[in-house]
Write a protein that binds this ligand. Structure first.
Ligand SMILES: CC(C)(COP(=O)(O)OP(=O)(O)OC[C@H]1O[C@@H](n2cnc3c(N)ncnc32)[C@H](O)[C@@H]1OP(=O)(O)O)[C@@H](O)C(=O)NCCC(=O)NCCS
Length: 214
């Protein structure tokens, strides 16, 4: 874990290959206990369609459920081009056991305010409630604070999206204001969360300590 956070910052005894250091490289792989993250690709369309067509998955997202495989292509094309411009890091979540793609995370708006980014995510419904997004989002944050050297990460969750709010809390993110958004034609209250690099590092060290039980 420690080595993955600081990968790319010249650990003694081993020089990382350039592609390993580049968080925007197509070859990036973040390997966790139960999930593996790798950059989203256009070829992910059928796997993404399988869950993006589910109205429960899109309930708190600013999209309608996908009607066809083709309808998820603009999302994937946008993810690939924003990664190429180093504006965001959109990652597919694969089940480590089978390699099946079951969702995605995104670190976005990386160029809007220097050193800052916003995290977002979604997961196929059959996999909810198993701690998989907590693991995937934690790996994404680790990449943001480690490889990307971010100083602050924000997130927005619908006030009624209890699962997403709990994921953010488990990452150590704190509520920091709110705003109204129109989603599926309704005015919705969105809670803004944030975490700073220093807090993340403190949480991270706590998890590494023998007493760290999170
Ligand atoms: C929100 C979402 C990402 C949660 O993913 P997940 O893998 O089910 O979350 P986890 O299993 O890691 O659970 C994290 C915590 O949230 C809790 N939780 C998960 N879903 C919940 C729900 N619907 N209601 C209440 N708590 C919930 C879990 O119990 C766990 O808390 P605990 O460890 O204290 O028990 C997933 O439901 C999803 O993709 N939803 C649709 C897309 C979406 O809303 N994305 C977020 C937009 S901001």
């Amino acid at each position: 874990m420690l080595s993955s956070l600081f990968r790319g910052t010249a650990l003694p005894g081993r020089q990382a290959a350039p592609s390993e250091r580049d968080p925007f490289a197509e070859t990036l792989r973040l390997v966790g206990e139960r999930v593996i993250l790798r950059p989203l690709m256009i070829e992910d369309a059928p796997a993404m369609f399988a869950y993006a067509r589910d109205s429960e998955v899109t309930r708190f997202l600013p999209w309608e459920p996908a009607a066809t495989v083709e309808s998820v292509l603009p999302f994937l094309q946008d993810q690939v081009s924003r990664r190429t411009r180093q504006e965001s890091l959109g990652m597919a979540i694969l089940l480590a056991e089978t390699g099946e793609m079951i969702g995605s995370t995104d670190l976005m708006d990386l160029r809007r305010i220097r050193g800052e980014g916003e995290i977002g995510y979604l997961l196929a419904q059959p996999y909810w409630g198993r701690g998989l997004m907590t693991e995937a989002a934690r790996m994404t944050l680790e990449c943001g604070f480690g490889r990307l050297k971010l100083t602050r990460v924000t997130a927005y969750a619908d006030a009624e999206n209890r699962g997403s709010r709990r994921v953010l809390e488990k990452l150590g993110m704190n509520p920091w204001g709110s705003e109204m958004r129109v989603v599926h034609g309704e005015d919705r209250l969105y809670i803004r969360y944030q975490i700073r690099r220093a807090t993340w590092l403190a949480e991270f060290r706590q998890r590494l300590s023998p007493q760290g039980t999170k």
